[in-house]
Design a protein around this ligand. Sequence first.
Ligand code: GDR
Length: 330
Amino acid sequence: MPRAFITGITGQDGQHLAQFLHDKGYDVYGMVKGQSNPRIAALVEEMPFIETIPGDLADLPSLVAALEVSQPDEVYNLGAISFVALSFNQAELTANITGLGVLRMLEAIRMIGGSQNNPIRFYQASSSEMFGKVRETPQNEATPFHPRSPYGCAKVFGHDIVVNYRESYDLFACSGILFNHEGPRRGIEFVTRKVTNAVARIKLGLQHELVLGNLDSKRDWGYAGDYVKAMWMMLQQDQPDDFVIATGETHSIEDLVQRAFAEVGIDNWTDYVRQDPKFFRPAEVDLLIGDATKARTELGWQPEVDFPALVSMMVQNDLEIEAKKAGIAL
Ligand code: GDR
């Protein structure tokens, strides 16, 4: 059985990837940090096949030990401080975990290595946030970076160090430059889930207002389930390389809000939405739209869930969850 080691296993992508790899016959190891994290208990209950290993991206010896225990064929580094807004308040922590954490993981791989015939293959979760104040539209693998947040800066470091270690030490290391990807497992702090959850609660009469920041920024939103498949595909290539993963369509936050309300039959959405400066960011990424031609031609990857289907999936999921919690029959 092939073996995979995943950091960030309790996050949205970690969960999707764990299930995807398990279905492919992998033994799945997930790194968990902290002492008593309720998300770990919930995850292990849902996916009992996951073997958890303690460790922290801030602690190199713990990464080395985790690789010694799991002896992976593939390592997926999805762990990060991943919320862009938070990175402005905790910039140093973000640089340490989201940026230096990548370096530590690469060093751990250099130390443990895997067998000569079967070196460890490494996937790094790079991000469209690296493009930031975009230099060209759409963005592809050759588009220069101009990050707009401590998170984006840390991801640029992570991306560059992967390229550098690949070139310096001949590691099988790939970066997926993933544009926004969402779904029912998305954390409530991110705008898609915040909106779909609020819309469900408003429809059920449990909430009366949705408070947001900037409604004008545009994102290329795909479905997380499609995107974890691309991560795995990258590691099955003969040569390591970097790939943009995106849908090639962009929508504003306003489009998202409008479509989510329409899904529950509410057309007068402006009556429910208020803007608050506290949700605006010190610097914004105004427009993202990815060109995934390389992934399509070289990996044979393409997204299966489009924007309307994604919003519908998330709203319906939140309706079910919120109705069940409140004891309301749908
Ligand atoms: P993003 O995702 O920063 O693109 O990074 P997020 O959903 O947080 O923000 C998207 C856009 O929505 C605007 N916005 C709001 N955002 C949040 N979270 N809450 C609000 O109330 C709100 N109002 C407006 C934001 O200003 C922004 O323009 C995500 C993360 O998953 C990263 O980790 C990942 O690398 C990138 O996607 C690709």
